[in-house]
Design a protein around this ligand. Structure first.
Ligand code: TPP
Ligand code: MG
Length: 449
């Protein structure tokens, strides 16, 4: 074929009588593959540009197990789950909007300083992935993934304590704004405010796991990030690291359609985040993030590949952020109210799974209303308790900020604060009022009884 094409081309450019002397010989195997450095790329004479990782320029498909109303799609494999496991998944999904409602409202009442909506609309993405991980897989979240901690048994009280920054907050001793969760015991690394920093960190954590004989082949590092965070350079750094070095990192992209007010259509021109996986030579899947069974199956398989291959794997979960971005956002300023109302109904992750549970005979309407009542009461009781608990002792402001020797700057700051409390703490009303919020009234710094 190649010979014929070259001959045709020659006869067009060099009419009979003026023919150039060119001999056409068959290509040997080295020539077919060229002599390109670091490449097995076959040689072609077709001037072809491509702009898709699928054939025919179609978009990457989305993996589903359940249809929009909870029926199993023909030919789909239901992941192995038993009744108790399925009910636990459902209860954890229902808990998230219950907490979301309360935390959102108490921020509005000024009881907590700030709040980033939990995954209202993204419950299946969070719980489906959490349920597929081993309890000691390392997790690095963005902020919407408190459900992973709850799945691992953190408890509602811990979440409330973190949001109130009271002395029961073990994540950061009340020194972080709400939503910066973490738990060393549960292998969930503390959230950082700057977007995407967790991505290369996760690649490093997974590299460390791979170097540890106790954990190599047993654990991965799972990292969550939004499609917005995937625009940061850190995303590419993390992906390159985990595709090049032995680093079992499970990249979980929550594509919820928005980065605050910027819709996904304005964030990238390619086929979502999944299209980037192949560019890094990574096994990649796109999954319906509102179908908890599809998320569970895809994450279990992604995790298996990650650990067995000792390399990164990318999973993109397609979902929709039903809530506002945070308490500093009014999303109706940039998206129609009707779109949100529609999205609450269409493919609703909780309703879909509940219908599946009903069809299995694993759940009833009575159990559903009892669950909702119980969770509402538990969340309310936990809030009432957290509200009463005082802050840590004030000296804790300066402890374990850094490992090792305390830097001089920290020592100076502690001395300055101590001097100011001695001067104003007992006499100036804003300070006396503020100090009462601490367990020790500030005395752990001044040394007073
Ligand atoms: C480096 C950096 N830039 C900007 C911000 C402000 N910011 C916080 S959340 C956010 C949007 C993130 O969107 P996405 O990653 O899609 O996550 P989602 O909120 O949709 O879950 C932005 C821009 C930040 N925290 N850090
Ligand atoms: Mg987003």
């Amino acid at each position: 074929m190649l010979r014929a094409r070259i001959a045709r081309s020659l006869s067009r450019h060099y009419p009979p009588g003026r023919r150039a002397i060119v001999s056409v010989t068959p290509l040997n195997s080295a020539e077919q593959h060229g002599h390109l450095p670091s490449s097995q790329s076959p040689i072609t004479s077709t001037l072809h540009f491509f702009n898709s990782v699928t054939s025919g320029g179609t978009q990457i498909p989305t993996y589903r197990v359940l249809d929009g109303i909870g029926n199993i799609i023909e030919g789909a494999n239901v992941p192995q789950i038993d009744r108790d496991f399925a009910r636990k998944m459902h209860a954890n999904m229902v808990l998230l909007p219950t907490m979301d409602n309360l935390l959102y409202n108490i921020q509005r009442q000024g009881k907590i300083s700030f709040y980033v909506g939990l995954p209202y609309g993204e419950e299946a993405t969070i719980i489906g992935t959490a349920a597929a991980l081993a309890p000691d897989d390392e997790v690095l979240g963005q902020y919407r993934e408190m459900g992973v901690l709850l799945w691992r048994g953190w408890g509602i009280d811990s979440a409330m304590a973190q949001c109130f920054g009271n002395h029961e907050d073990k994540s950061s001793k009340g020194r972080q704004v709400p939503v910066h969760w973490g738990s060393k015991e549960l292998h969930v690394h503390t959230v950082s405010s700057p977007l995407a920093t967790q991505i290369p960190q996760a690649a490093g954590v997974a590299y460390a796991l791979q170097r540890d004989p106790e954990r190599r082949g047993r654990n991965c590092a799972a990292v969550y990030f939004g499609e917005g965070a995937a625009s940061e350079g850190d995303f590419h750094a993390g992906m390159l690291f985990a595709s090049t070095l032995p680093s079992p990192t499970l990249f979980i992209a929550r594509n919820n359609g928005f980065a605050i007010s910027t819709p996904a259509a304005e964030q990238y021109f390619g086929d979502g985040i999944a299209a980037r996986g192949a560019g890094y030579g990574m096994d990649t899947i796109r999954v319906d993030g509102n179908d908890v069974l599809a998320v569970l199956s895809a994450t279990r398989e992604a995790r298996r590949r990650c650990i067995e291959g000792g390399r990164g794997v990318l999973l993109e979960a397609m979902t929709y952020r039903v809530g506002h971005h945070s308490t500093s956002d009014d999303s109706f300023a940039y998206r129609p109210r009707q779109e949100v109302e529609d999205r609450k109904r269409i493919d609703n992750p909780i309703a879909r799974f509940r219908l599946f549970l009903h069809a299995q005979g694993w759940w009833s309407d009575e159990e559903e209303s009892a669950l909702k009542d119980r969770l509402k009461m538990e969340v309310m009781a936990s809030f009432r308790k957290a509200e009463q608990v005082k802050r840590h002792e004030l000296k804790e402001l300066f402890t374990d900020v850094y490992a090792g020797q305390e830097p001089v700057s920290l020592k100076e700051q502690r001395e300055e604060l101590t001097a100011l409390i001695r001067k104003y703490g007992g006499v100036w009303e804003p300070w006396t009022a503020e100090l009462k919020k601490y367990k020790d009234g500030g005395k752990s710094l001044t040394g007073d009884e």
